[in-house]
Design a protein around this ligand. Structure first.
Ligand code: APR
Length: 241
């Protein structure tokens, strides 16, 4: 498959599923999870900040970590890749679903509505007791951890941590969309974390076309129908002009 064929396939597709990772937000200046583990945080391992064990051991430090990520996000603006994906959603309407691994909320701010956040959203908190989700008003709301307005239970970051299951409804919606997709786009993800990375194979197994957009090769590249070695905004601009 070449670029023109990929463009034609996307244009004629009735059902399109998209998976995004941290690379889509890189052009908004948001560091990837691994880049954020530098400076003061370099003495921590990811499991020390994004796991249930870490939160029960030291909730204050975990909230401080998310206060810093929240500050990164509030400074950031959606970039052209987010905007092009919201535009593609408008074109494909109910035949479109965007599944993101990102927790920065930028797809929503860019206008995406047919969206599932597989790993949660760091601008919200979730009650450990009743599961209620509430927006976090500001980074300062992180200390001490806010309590639930419905049941006074303890709130935790609304993020899927290492070792936790993804929200069942979000994963089921994404899996169905990728199984039905004529074309799937895999944009800005290393393809290293499952089950999100496995969505591409749902489309391939059903005979669909899978197009990757990433400046670097990934673990998924060998299986792709077509790989575009470009950044997200550039790749999307050439796929859906
Ligand atoms: N455009 C497109 N892709 C880019 C860009 C860009 N401008 N810049 C970087 N990339 C690519 C990198 O080449 C890499 O393949 O984005 C990918 C980022 O990979 P990761 O940092 O592993 O991020 P992601 O794939 O989203 O991680 C998956 O792992 O950290 C956990 O739960 C967290 O959701 C996250 C999951």
């Amino acid at each position: 498959m070449n670029l023109q064929q990929a463009r034609d396939a996307l244009r004629s597709a009735r059902r399109v599923a998209v998976l995004t990772g941290a690379g889509v937000s890189a052009e908004s200046g948001i560091p990837t999870f691994r880049d954020a583990m530098s400076g003061h945080w370099s003495r921590f391992r990811p499991e020390d900040l994004a796991s249930p064990e870490a939160y029960y051991r030291d909730p204050e430090t975990v909230w401080q970590w998310y206060a810093g990520r929240y500050a990164d996000v509030t400074r950031a603006q959606p970039n052209r890749a987010h905007t092009l994906l919201a535009q593609l959603e408008r074109e494909k309407a109910e035949g479109f679903l965007l599944a993101t691994q990102n927790v920065d909320g930028l797809h929503t701010r860019a206008g995406s509505g047919r969206l599932v956040e597989l790993h949660g959203n760091l601008t919200t908190a979730r009650c450990e007791a009743c599961g209620a989700v509430a927006p976090l008003p500001s980074p300062g709301a992180f200390t001490p951890p806010p309590s639930c307005s419905a049941c006074q239970g303890r709130m935790r970051p609304n993020i899927v941590w290492f070792g936790e299951f993804l929200p069942e409804d979000a994963l089921a919606a994404a899996t169905g969309a990728f199984q039905r997709a004529d074309v799937a786009l895999i944009i800005g993800t290393s393809g290293a974390v499952y089950p999100a990375a496995g969505l591409a194979f749902e489309t391939l197994r059903e005979g669909g076309t899978v197009i990757e957009v990433n400046p670097e090769e990934t673990e998924l590249t060998p299986y792709m129908t077509f790989s575009l070695r470009q950044v997200a905004s550039g790749g999307l601009a050439s796929l859906c002009p």
